[in-house]
Design a protein around this ligand. Structure first.
Ligand code: WT7
Length: 635
């Protein structure tokens, strides 16, 4: 059992306790788990190096806490309910006992392939139960998983495999998404043309697509597991041994391999899951994310399974075969907690209410959102039409780096306010800073969101680049974790997240670095330079606007070059990073020192070029007029 708060008074009490005596508070949470050896010290930290350790010298295995700890009471209960892409195909369910056996089998398979504690395993798979099995099998034997979202390109996959120097790649022949098939193995083959550390590729048969199997390297999943024992002793891990790497975009350069470790992540995901969603035994919980993102790691796999929950995994997309797909799943499986992204809500809202039938939504008790600020219109639609005016909405603010939910209502306990993430979870100490490094105290203030005290789920480092970890998160403000988000604390002390204050954009809840997209655009042979900014987009939250300077035009003319730039980005990063608008410009607005004035480009992209502010430091003011004249509008 995980400790659960039941009332607003209880929340306030726990929150105060967690601040007054964090050792005692987190000891109480960690004692809910099975440790092979108890920790010597609850935490040890400084935000200077930074060096963060939780449950120091504790020994455990996270899968022992999912399985052995839950099997007596939950063995025959569903662990994973899997809903396939095609509604006419069959649902698959795995009980805790069945999942345990599958995980052990695959853990033994990995061992036989030479994977051991600390080795990295790259996973590039569709949303099928084997993906969760693969993740847990790695954890069982102490291998570090690095899941790469199956929408990323060959190039992006290659970069991630090589950064982590993974030994094995787990993939599938293909993946179904709506009426499309993603040729995963083909993309993986392209990536592997230059991945010297990969020894073996295990390929799951899912779409029956034609694939090339490389002799000596590639092996079919079903053959690999054949004959493997379904018992596999859990590897004893130190609390601070890495559990996984997950790549995310930053404001500069290449993606960062965020590292999460074992003990703290376990305690934090399970605690936050149980409390935010107020999960009760026998509830069916459905998070629509992909396991390729942190939401899927923490709130499809680890958090729910540690809590002994029934977690629903969906292979498909919200709008296929029609925009009622989510609600059909809710009705079919009597979903109680439903967790999705504002972009999905906006997309479904735009399709009208015909797909929402009250009788299909009766089982819902709690609605959640994550990934980006939710606008009030979407909040109200979600509340009134999906939640039928009776389900609390938990607007959960967190990040890949935080491991779990940080600021959020507790469902049915914290009074909500549209577009507000409301209050911090117990143990979380947000602080608002201004541009000059001063804390903004009291209510009705707006500034940059930092966290001043560690929590168990915080990332420990960036794989292979601790300096970058320090520079990115712990150098902007002294002795504080800087989130990169702007925030407002209103008159009631409630937090409203305003969005990124750095060069990160959030497209459909997916985080992208503008520099990363610019690098991809600049690979185009005709491009001299480029600048990318976000602009408000009705469905995606933010769209991608690229200003591009070309040396000369190709024979296809402007339209041709725009198209090929978009295709180039899709190829280098993946479809999620494809610019919505590409404007060819004669030059970029630069200061005399050569810095691009993004502020101006953002204004143009927003369609508001009337008030550009001070542009006297610009090298060439004419260029701005030309950019404004040629500005594009999304229709
Ligand atoms: C960024 C983190 C954490 C899982 C999904 C995204 C934005 C996240 C909210 C929210 C407003 C939000 C922030 C944050 N964000 N949740 N409830 N309200 N903004 O993880 O890819 O690491 O992105 O997403 O800007 O910094 P991520």
């Amino acid at each position: 059992m995980i400790n659960k708060i039941h009332s607003l008074g209880g929340y306030i009490h726990e929150y105060q306790k967690s601040i007054a005596n964090p050792e005692a508070f987190w000891t109480q949470q960690a004692e809910c788990f099975f440790w092979r050896k108890r920790w010597d010290k609850v935490f040890d930290w400084n935000f200077d190096e930074p060096n963060i350790q939780w449950f120091v010298n504790g020994k455990l295995n996270i899968t022992e806490n999912i399985f052995e700890r839950n099997l007596y009471t939950h063995g025959n209960q569903e662990a994973i309910i899997w809903e396939p892409n095609d509604p006419n195909d069959e649902t698959r369910t795995l009980t805790y006992s069945e999942l345990y056996q599958e995980v052990n089998k695959f853990a033994n398979t990995l061992k036989r392939l030479g994977v051991g504690k600390g080795d990295r395993v790259a996973i590039y798979m569709p949303m099928v139960p084997e993906l969760a099995i693969a993740v847990l099998a790695c954890a069982r034997i102490g291998a570090i998983h690095s899941v790469v979202f199956a929408g990323f390109s060959a190039n992006a996959l290659q970069e991630r495999i090589n950064d982590a120097t993974a030994k094995v790649l787990l993939t599938a022949d293909g993946g179904f998404r709506g009426d499309k098939i993603t040729p995963l193995k083909k993309i993986a083959d392209e990536a592997l043309e230059s991945c010297p550390t990969i020894e073996t590729v295990v390929v799951l048969k899912r779409t029956n697509s034609e694939v090339d199997m490389v002799v000596g390297r590639d092996i079919w999943w079903h053959k690999a597991i054949d004959g493997q024992s379904d018992t596999c002793p859990a590897e004893e891990m130190d609390s601070e041994d890495p559990l996984f790497i997950l790549y995310t975009s930053g404001s500069t350069g290449k993606p960062k391999g965020i590292v999460h470790t074992t003990g703290g992540y376990m305690v934090y995901t399970a605690y936050s899951f149980s409390n935010v969603f107020q999960y009760h035994v026998d509830d069916v919980y459905f998070c629509t994310a992909d396991i390729g993102w942190i939401t899927g790691h923490s709130y499809i796999v680890y958090g729910p399974l540690l809590a002994g929950a029934k977690t629903l995994m969906f292979e498909g997309v919200p709008t296929w075969p029609n925009a009622g797909r989510f609600w059909d799943i809710v009705a079919k499986h009597k979903v109680n907690q439903f967790y999705t992204a504002p972009t999905a809500i906006r997309a479904l809202l735009a399709k009208g209410n015909d797909f929402l039938e009250e009788k299909k939504l009766q089982s819902l008790k709690v609605l959640g959102t994550v990934g980006e600020p939710i606008n009030e219109e979407a909040w109200h639609w979600y509340h009134d039409h999906v939640g039928l005016n009776r389900c609390p909405i938990v607007d959960t603010w967190w990040q890949t780096e935080t491991g779990g939910i940080m600021i959020s209502p507790l469902a049915g306990i914290t009074p909500t306010k549209p577009s507000f993430a409301t209050l911090p979870l117990p143990g979380i100490q947000p602080i608002i800073m201004n541009g000059d490094g001063k804390e903004l105290t009291g209510n009705s203030v707006e500034g940059n969101l930092c966290i001043k005290f560690p929590w168990p789920g915080i990332a420990r480092t960036i794989w292979n680049d601790h300096q970058r970890f320090k520079d990115t998160y712990f150098s902007t403000y002294n002795k504080m974790y800087f989130t990169g988000d702007g925030v407002k604390r209103d008159e009631d002390g409630y937090y409203r997240i305003l969005g990124r204050v750095d060069d990160v954009i959030n497209v459909s809840g997916h985080r992208l670095g503008t520099a990363e997209i610019e690098n991809a655009i600049n690979e185009h042979p005709l491009v001299n330079e480029s600048a990318v900014v976000g602009y408000p987009h009705a469905i995606k939250g933010q769209g991608i606007y690229a200003f591009v300077v070309c040396g000369e035009l190709s024979t296809g003319g402007e339209e041709g070059i725009r198209k090929s730039i978009m295709q180039g980005v899709t190829k280098i990063i993946g479809p999620i990073a494809r610019p919505d608008l590409v404007q060819l410009v004669p030059g970029l607005p630069k200061t005399r020192s050569g810095k691009i004035m993004r502020r101006i480009l953002r204004k143009v992209a927003e369609g508001d070029a009337t008030n550009l502010g001070d542009i006297t430091t610009l090298l060439d003011e004419d260029v701005v007029d030309k950019i404004i004249d040629g500005a594009l509008v999304d229709v």
